[in-house]
Write a protein that binds this ligand. Structure first.
Ligand code: SAM
Length: 301
């Protein structure tokens, strides 16, 4: 139930609308359809509904790397074998290497994101490995990694408790578990404007909420899993893209537009273009980043 009500920032009418829609999703049964939800996120990040995700790296990688560096700042990963859950195109993995990691497995549900990560030219290429996986059911033995990390992915997981349980299971006793999650204000301007514009007919009854989480929530998630010495922090900043259309392009690429699943294919781009025009007309050129980080250690057995 922790996912039923939108816990992030939105303007007054949009928040009401999203929450009413979530209640409708609960009544209609779609709220509990985790399998389908996971599938549409996967397909979104594989470019099935629109091709926005192709520009993920070009428009978003540097900001993801900024988040990754913030998430891992102060953590010594020297010599560690890392698992990165929801690795995307590898921003957090890159941060882990900068902090001394010896090797990393990039794990992601999307074949497209893994393919993009693999094709990068990086000095750590030989120490990176790739695995297509579902965060909620990892195909990995217990006690395998020195550290299990995840950046800007938790909000896209329908069952965050299960994902954390899996992270803890595959981490060695005493190993590090570190999550960077979407905070309550993350991208709120873009989400708000997109909800205003989107053709409601095709998203009615979808469970729309499962991303923003406050610091207390993420911290408690770790503590309830038995993770010790939990430390948490939060940072927000604003990104100015110069104009509304550029801000929309960033948002569409980074979030992969999976909400277009139920749209008839020939209506997806028309709706996206209309939303893009709205961002331009209203000059929504600033988008907030809000990152909540929590980390701790798996109990020694
Ligand atoms: C917003 S991107 C973040 C990627 C990367 N960590 C970064 O900071 O750029 C979210 C990623 O989570 C992946 N993802 C979503 N659901 C997943 C799941 N159930 N299991 C594994 N990966 C998942 C998506 O495919 C996508 O690559």
């Amino acid at each position: 139930m922790s996912n039923l009500f939108w816990s992030g920032k939105l303007t007054f009418p949009m928040k009401v609308l999203v929450n009413l829609n979530n209640i409708l999703a609960l009544i209609s049964g779609s709220y509990n359809d985790n399998k389908r939800m996971k599938m549409r996120v996967k397909q979104g990040y594989e470019g099935k509904f629109t091709d926005h995700v192709i520009l993920y790296d070009e428009l978003g990688y540097n900001l993801q790397l900024k988040s990754a560096r913030y998430q891992l700042s102060g953590l010594n990963l020297i010599g560690m074998k890392i698992l990165d859950i929801g690795s995307g195109t590898g921003a957090l993995t890159q941060g882990a290497f900068e902090n001394g990691a010896e090797s990393a497995v990039c794990g992601d549900i999307s074949s497209f994101m893994l393919h993009s990560a693999k094709n990068k030219d990086s000095s750590s290429n030989a120490r990176r490995f790739y695995c297509q996986l579902d965060a909620e059911a990892l195909p990995i033995k217990d006690d395998t990694f020195d550290a299990t990390i995840s950046g800007m992915t938790f909000g896209t997981l329908p069952d965050q408790k299960q994902a954390l349980k899996e992270m803890a299971r595959v981490t060695k006793p005493g190993g590090l578990i570190c999550i960077g999650a979407h905070g309550p204000e993350h991208y709120w301007e873009a989400i708000d404007a997109s909800f205003r514009c989107i053709n409601k007919r095709y998203i009615l009854g979808y469970r729309l909420e499962w991303w923003p989480r406050d610091e207390h929530y993420i911290r408690t998630l770790l503590e309830e899993e038995g993770i010790t010495d939990v430390y948490s922090k939060r940072v927000t900043w604003q990104n100015d893209f110069g104009n509304g259309k550029a801000a929309y392009d960033f948002f569409a690429a980074i979030s992969a537009s999976w909400w277009y699943e139920k749209f008839p294919p020939n209506k997806r781009m028309a709706d996206s273009n209309r939303t893009r025009d709205y961002f331009g007309q209203k000059n929504i050129h600033t988008i907030t980043d809000d990152i909540v980080v929590a980390y701790g250690y798996k109990k020694q057995s």
